[in-house]
Design a protein around this ligand. Structure first.
Ligand code: NAG
Ligand code: NAG
Ligand code: NAG
Ligand code: NAG
Ligand code: NAG
Ligand code: NAG
Ligand code: NAG
Length: 855
């Protein structure tokens, strides 16, 4: 039985490991690629970025400073403006209990282009949010000091988002000092609007993004432009032990004027729906949205919304990218069902699908030609019935499902924080959406997804100190594509591709990077968007088929002579994480498992060299793409025996201890044919390290080193492992740990079951047995009634440690009886777990439950 459970867990983990982790093909360490940095001493929190594409300027909002940088080279500062909090305000802020050194400062949070000459800027200003106009010619503030309430958070740690549409600012933030009143508002002199302060409208939201989607100018229905907001909020519609988070998309119409009596100065077009990002067959639900990018381009039929998600309880470190097409979103808002709040006795509310009559005009719809034809020229004309309905029913029952009904990308051991997407036309005309995704460890993943797979082209370490990427922008001007990333310590500018890092055609093509192609004439990998015009003979294949490459085998083998019994180090470095290094000796694959060899990350060590080892060594990299294997020679070395009298070894080497290292060559007798070397049989053999560089520079370097020196040098030869390689190591440890843990649990349960263990365990045992007696049907309807499995299985047991909520209310057709008492709820929980995982149970937990029973 123990074995059974072990296999079950093992299988599960294995599946997770295989299914969720396209490995980035290349990992660029921070120093390996050329990035441009901007940071200034004493300035921190570079978290607000605004790109002006036509002026080629990147505006940066940091703590108490606004910079204007050259967007072609951000190291070039053009302007800077200090925007400090007055001493008086800082003191007052500190009196209110905030930190004078950190919180009571001015964090620039809104940076939006108002018109050609002005930026609209807001800062937290020591918990007194203030907005102003930044003159771009003089780079000075207008000194208007408008009250920024509702446009900018009070607390720099609070979430916010904003977008400027036709000189009106739309923002999502909080409205008060405590941050307890969330608001989505429009700042406008003609018609300022805001959300109703009510839980059904916004329930502890965490705003991540807002953007406008313009109506199709060619359409004849006279639709309005719409502003979309993205946030995670606490669910009102699902019952759950703790706070259940739900990712949302909300939208308002640009021409909304509010209502005349009902919803005066409030949105009449505010509707929100749930965004779905799940892997249904794995029971994985990503219910926290971290960032959104809306891919819009004139050539695009319709915009595509990309979102990055993580699960609420993210102990495994999973992230996903889901994409939604706009028509699906619009369908939900314009045709979907609404949700209805129903009050049950004791002021407990529930949300169920509303199946009653819907007033006309449709609540929450923008004013279009159809509405105008019925004489509703603006939202001010809308009938009270419609307005009252939308006030009470801002939540849609239908959800927005992702394209293809599954994520575009799923990755484990990483938390994605930011995303931008570039739509790229590859050489053969196919279109690819290249996703650039920032992580909470300062890295950037560049990924593409296609019909039957996903591929992470590369991983770049943007920030040396592994801090989270807080803002990510893409400049996709033709011929000048860059990424800008902001963090607490600085801003980084990166090109979208590092094509010139690939030195062979096979490497260039296997990168499967839509930006890169091989130019045979120049024998170089080029960025196709930097070239004047495309040529027919360039080689690119996003499918990874490199068979049209004809790389010349480098015919410059590295010559090397060696002494008997010495050790050679043959260098060969391989960048691709998807490739395998294979060594060949005289055209046969070398069995590197033999103790004679040791394969290092970037080299091969050959110990105890003798006559038979002379010959040609080839280092090949083999990479498999879609069942096709491509191999290329990375390095060629020729070893040759040195015909020279060997000097006797010094006493130090004689005494050199082996220290239990089995790899240390020990020679007892040397009797090779025609050998000229003179080696005493009792002596330890001096080890010769031969460092052969991959680039043939001058004569071969030979050096004699003692045993100890060599083994000291080995760790040097091992390069820094990449992040995910480390995590692979952790995996092994985890497996071992899990194995023993499960074994321990099994023994414990067995002994417990047999009654060998006294006290607490007997109680635990009685619960287990009791739970098993219960029939499953008691709560199977209950399970079905919870509209879907809300969180991964692991988190259920995690959450159950908390005090359960009061019993479910009954009497709703959508919600069958789940048992009315806390006691039963606890019971079902226990027995369900007992059934699902017979061994992975916590003694204390069950003990607590059995206590409840005893009461
Ligand atoms: C830009 O906006 C400011 C503030 O509303 C206004 O004073 C100025 O005239 C505008 N400039 C242009 C060129 O529209
Ligand atoms: C500002 O940056 C510092 C580190 O430089 C960080 O500790 C702090 O949390 C940041 N504050 C905000 C509000 O982002
Ligand atoms: C609108 O129609 C014009 C002319 O028919 C066309 O050139 C343009 O591409 C259309 N725009 C869109 C967004 O469909
Ligand atoms: C949008 O997505 C839905 C669901 O995946 C799909 O049925 C529909 O064809 C898509 N529409 C477009 C225009 O791609
Ligand atoms: C700050 O900028 C310098 C170069 O100007 C760069 O070397 C350093 O890594 C940057 N620091 C951060 C934290 O980005
Ligand atoms: C371009 O190449 C990719 C990968 O090989 C292939 O899937 C796609 O069909 C090609 N597109 C065209 C238009 O030939
Ligand atoms: C070294 O090589 C010789 C023959 O080439 C062999 O006899 C000897 O056992 C080897 N020594 C070790 C320690 O492997």
């Amino acid at each position: 039985m123990a074995l059974c459970a072990f296999y079950a867990v093992w299988g599960l983990l294995l599946e997770v490991a295989i299914a969720f982790g396209p490995v980035p093909r290349i990992t660029w360490e921070h120093k390996e690629v050329q990035l441009i940095h901007f940071n200034e001493s004493k300035v921190s929190n570079y978290s607000t970025l605004l790109l002006s594409e036509d002026k080629n300027i990147l505006y940066v909002g940091a703590r108490e400073v606004i910079f204007a940088l050259n967007a072609v080279n951000i190291a070039e500062k053009q302007h800077e403006l200090h925007w400090k909090v007055t001493e008086d305000k800082r003191t007052k802020c500190a009196i209110k209990g905030k930190s004078e050194q950190t919180e009571c400062r001015n964090y620039v949070r809104v940076l939006q282009q108002l018109n050609d000459t002005f930026l609209y800027v807001c800062g937290t200003n020591a918990f007194q949010p203030t907005c102003d106009y930044l003159n771009l010619i003089s780079f000075e503030l207008g000194g208007k000091n408008e009250d920024g309430k509702g446009r900018c958070p009070f607390d720099p740690a609070q979430s916010y988002t904003s977008v400027m549409v036709d000189e009106e600012l739309y923002s999502g933030t909080s409205y008060n000092f405590l941050g307890s009143e969330p608001i989505i508002s429009r700042h406008s002199h003609q018609s300022p609007l805001r959300t109703e302060y009510a839980i059904p409208w916004l329930n502890e939201p965490n705003f991540v993004f807002a953007d406008v989607i313009r109506a199709d100018p060619n359409s004849t229905d006279g639709e309005d432009d719409k502003i979309y907001f993205f946030f995670t909020e606490v669910s009102v519609e699902y019952e759950f032990v703790g706070k259940l988070m739900i990712p949302r998309i909300a939208r308002v119409c640009k021409r909304d004027q509010g209502g005349l009596r009902t919803l005066q100065k409030k949105w009449t077009s505010f509707l929100k729906a749930r965004l779905i990002c799940t892997i249904p067959d794995k029971n994985l639900i990503f219910n926290v949205i971290n960032d959104v990018f809306i891919l819009k381009s004139p050539t695009l039929k319709e915009p595509v919304i990309y979102g990055v998600f993580t699960p609420q309880l993210n102990n495994v470190g999973l992230s996903a990218v889901c994409a939604y097409n706009l028509s699906t979103v619009e369908e939900v808002f314009s045709k979907g069902k609404y949700m209805q709040s129903a009050t049950v006795e004791q002021s407990h509310t529930k949300w169920v699908r509303y199946n009653g009559e819907i007033p006309n005009p449709r609540p929450g719809a923008c004013i279009n030609n159809e509405a105008r034809a019925s004489n509703y020229m603006s939202s001010l004309n809308l009938p009270d019935k419609t307005l009252q309905f939308v006030k009470d029913h801002p939540l849609m029952d239908d959800s927005v499902t992702p394209m293809g009904d599954r994520p575009r990308l799923v990755k484990r051991d990483v938390k994605y924080t930011q995303i931008v997407v570039d739509r790229v036309r590859a050489l053969n005309g196919s279109i690819y959406d290249v996703m650039f995704i920032g992580t909470d460890r300062g890295a950037l993943h560049k990924a593409i997804s296609y019909e039957n797979g996903m591929h992470i082209i590369e991983e770049t370490q943007l920030f040396p100190n592994f801090e989270p990427v807080q803002t990510l922008l893409l400049s996709s001007k033709t011929g000048r594509r860059y990424l800008f990333a902001g963090s607490n310590s600085g801003v980084v500018q990166s090109p979208v591709a590092f094509c010139d890092k690939y030195t062979t055609c096979v490497d260039c093509v296997l990168a499967r990077d839509p930006y890169c192609a091989w130019k045979p004439l120049e024998a170089s990998c080029i960025d196709i968007f930097k070239e004047g015009e495309m040529e027919r003979n360039w080689i690119q294949n996003i499918g990874g088929d490199a068979s049209s490459c004809s790389d010349k085998v480098r015919e410059n083998p590295l010559q090397h002579t060696f002494k008997h019994g010495s050790t050679a180090e043959l260098k060969c470095s391989q960048k691709s994480n998807l490739a395998q290094v294979v060594w060949k000796f005289k055209d046969d694959v070398l069995r590197v498992e033999s103790p004679k060899y040791r394969l290092l990350e970037k080299a091969l060590l050959i110990f105890n060299l003798s006559e038979g080892d002379s010959g040609v060594y080839q280092c090949l990299s083999e990479e498999k793409v879609k069942n096709k294997k491509f191999s290329q020679v990375l390095a060629k070395h020729v070893l040759e025996l040195k015909k020279m009298q060997h000097t006797t070894v010094g006493p130090a080497a004689t005494a050199a201890p082996t220290e239990g290292n089995s790899d240390v060559p020990k020679v007892s007798a040397v009797s090779t044919e025609g050998s000229t070397a003179h080696i005493s049989t009792t002596h330890m053999v001096p080890v010769t390290t031969v460092r052969i560089l991959t680039k043939p520079i001058g004569p071969v370097l030979t050096s004699v080193a003692s045993n100890t020196e060599l083994f000291n040098s080995i760790p040097d030869a091992v390069p820094e492992k990449t992040m995910f390689l480390k995590s692979n190591d952790n995996f092994l440890l985890m497996f071992l740990f899990l194995f023993f843990f499960i074994l321990f649990l099994c023994l414990l349960s067995y002994n417990c079951y047999k009654g060998y263990l006294p006290g607490q365990c007997l109680k635990f045992r009685s619960v287990m047995l009791l739970g098993k007696k219960k029939t499953k049907s008691d709560f199977s309807d209950c399970e079905q009634s919870v509209k879907e499995t809300l969180v991964e299985q692991g988190s259920v047991s995690h959450q159950s440690g908390e005090q359960p909520k009061p019993a479910h209310d009954t009497g709703y057709e959508t919600e069958p009886d789940c048992g009315n008492s806390q006691l039963q709820a606890g019971d079902s929980q226990a027995s369900r777990e007992a059934k699902d995982k017979p061994f992975d149970v916590k003694c204390e937990l069950k003990y607590a439950d059995s206590d409840v029973e005893g009461d």
